[in-house]
Design a protein around this ligand. Sequence first.
Ligand code: FAD
Length: 398
Amino acid sequence: MNLEFSPEEQAFRDEVRSFIAENYPSDISGSGLRDDLSPEDMVAWHKILGKKGWSVPAWPVEYGGTGWTPTQRYIWSEENARVNAIMPLPFGVSMVGPVIYTFGNDAQKEQHLPGIRSGDVWWCQGYSEPGAGSDLASLKTTAVRDGDHYVINGQKTWTTLAQHADWGFFLCRTDPDAAKPQEGISFILVDMKTPGIEVRPIKLIDGGYEVNETWLTDVRVPVENLVGEENKGWTYAKFLLAHERSGIAGVARSKRAVSQLREIAKAEMLDDKPLMQDFDFARKVSQLEIDLAALEMTELRTLASEQAGKGPGPESSILKIKGTEIQQRLTELTLEAVGHYGTPYYRDLADAGSNEYPIGPDYAQHSAATYFNMRKTSIYGGSNEIQRNIISKMILGL
Ligand SMILES: Cc1cc2nc3c(=O)[nH]c(=O)nc-3n(C[C@H](O)[C@H](O)[C@H](O)COP(=O)(O)OP(=O)(O)OC[C@H]3O[C@@H](n4cnc5c(N)ncnc54)[C@H](O)[C@@H]3O)c2cc1C
C-alpha cells in the first residue's frame, strides 16, 4: 500500500478543493446536527453535485458514477470534511441505489436511479421493527399478494427522516411458512404517499426529531415494486448493510473534529493553564489521535483491496466499530473540555421561545446535544456488539 499521493492525485485534490470553494452553498448554517437543518439545506449540496455528476462517485460509471479510484474517493471525502459539507443522505446514494442497480430490473433502474443521483427523491429505510432490530430476520411486517399488488401491514421503527421521504425500501415477510426466517423476506419499494402509511415522530433525548415510527395499514403496492426475486430479499438486505456500514466510519470528519477539540482545549482554562496543557486531558486526546490514525490505515487498506476489485465485506464491521467509538469519544472529550458551559441546552431555550443567547463560547452550545445524539452511532447500522459477532464468525472463523 503506497501512502503517498501521486502528482495526478494531488492535482485531483486541487480540482476538488477549488470546486468546493466555488460551489458549496455558503448560506447553509446550523448547529451541525442534521435535524437542525431544513430539508432543503440537507439536500442543497447533493443537488449541486448531481448537476456536476459527482453525487454518486462510488456507483459504476454506466449508472452515473465518476469512475474515481478509491483513493480519489478518499480525497473527495477528506475535502468535503475540511469544510464540514453536508453530504448526500445515505439512504438513496449508498443504500437503495446500489441494490437497484445490482438486483433491480431495467424499469426500476430507469424510474429510480435518476432521482437518487439528482437529489430530487428522498428515500428512507424500513428495516427495523419494535421486535426486530439485531435479530432483523424475525421481522413481522407482511406483504400479501392480491392480484397485481402486495398489501403491506405492520410497523417499522427508527425510520430516519421518514417525515421528508418520497420513497422507502421495506423488508416484508412474503412467506410466513418458509423453513428459515431469512428465506421468506422480500425487498419492496414503496411510494411514501400511498394511502395507509403513517409516520409518527420519536422525540430523542437530545430534543431533536430525526427518527420515526412508520405504520403500514393495508398499503397497496404494485408487484413491479418488488426488487429481485420474491422471498430472496435477505440477500439484498445484507448487501445493502455492508455498504451502509463502511460509510459510517467517518474518518475524515473525525480528523476535523480532533483539530477542533485541540483548539477548544487550548482556549479552555484549567487551574489557570490551557486545558491542553493538562497531562491527563492531553493524554486522552493523543490516544484518540493514535486510534484515529490506526483507523485511517485500516480504511486505506480496505480502499486498496477495493481497488483490487473486492467489494465491502466483513471488514466494514471493523471500520464501523472503531469509527463510531472514536466519534463518541470525541463528543465525550468535547463535553469534558467545555465543562459547565455544556450544561445549558440550546434547544430548551429555543423551545421556551427565549431570545437570549446561551452563555459560554459558541463551540460549547451544541456539545451536550451532539454528545447525546452520537450515542446512536454504536447502535444504528447494526449495533457494535453484532459487528463483533460478525467479525468473530466471518473474519476469525470462530
Ligand atoms: C438514531 C437511529 C437511527 C436509525 N435509523 C434506522 C432507519 O432509518 N431504518 C431502520 O430500519 N432502522 C434504523 N435504526 C435501527 C437500528 O438498526 C437498530 O436500532 C439496531 O439494529 C439495534 O436494534 P434494536 O434497537 O432493536 O436493539 P436490540 O436488537 O433489541 O438490541 C439491544 C441490545 O442487545 C444487544 N444484542 C442484541 N442481540 C445480540 C447478540 N446476538 N449478541 C450480542 N449482543 C446483542 C445489542 O447490541 C443492543 O446493545 C436506527 C437506530 C437508531 C438508534
